[in-house]
Design a protein around this ligand. Sequence first.
Ligand SMILES: Cc1cn([C@H]2C[C@H](O)[C@@H](COP(=O)(O)OP(=O)(O)O[C@H]3O[C@@H](C)C(=O)[C@@H](O)[C@H]3O)O2)c(=O)[nH]c1=O
Length: 188
Amino acid sequence: MPFLEFKRLDIPDVILVTPKVFPDQRGYFKEIWKRTPFLAEGIPYDFVQANVSMSKKYILRGLHYQLKPSEMGKLVTVLKGRIFDVAVDIRKGSPYYGKWVGVELSEDNHKLLWIPPGFAHGFQALEDDTIVLYLVTKEYDPERDACMRWDDPEIGIEWPYPDKAILSQKDSKCPPLREAPNNFTYPI
Ligand SMILES: Cc1cn([C@H]2C[C@H](O)[C@@H](COP(=O)(O)OP(=O)(O)O[C@H]3O[C@@H](C)C(=O)[C@@H](O)[C@H]3O)O2)c(=O)[nH]c1=O
């Protein structure tokens, strides 16, 4: 098995990455990003910022994105606990515009989700004290930070616990996809 396995999801630009885990008597080791295999998979980005958040069970963060020219790709993984991680294609003219994909990422499955620029991203924590690590391809730019509704019926994301979702004040006021700021085109 290669050290990093890539699986394209129903929206093929969103890629589930499975690293090879080397367990031993001390614990384990894994590579979570390496330029050459990512490049070979058609992911030609380097990362410029690394983020960590901790969430209680049912916390839902999203859906978030940064507008061009601060559009960012994200490589998301879980260090502790579990999340349901979601990417929504918001590239105007994309055959997948408005469609979503969701996967469970956990400390046990070791998986990572690559979400390219032009997607909105969100997740719901499935356990208390869930710690998410994500690498991003552009720096945080509060001027171009944007959000859209997590429960927009036109997107129809099947969240694990929609009735228990706990949101930030900011996230509870986000507009639906149709009204959200969007300067993405397809291809990006
Ligand atoms: C995202 C971010 C936030 N902040 C600050 C702003 C604010 O005071 C505080 C919390 O910010 P937020 O409420 O936006 O954090 P959060 O809701 O966790 O935002 C994140 O959600 C997930 C789903 C993503 O995809 C990320 O890109 C990011 O948007 O941290 C930074 O300083 N740098 C950053 O890169």
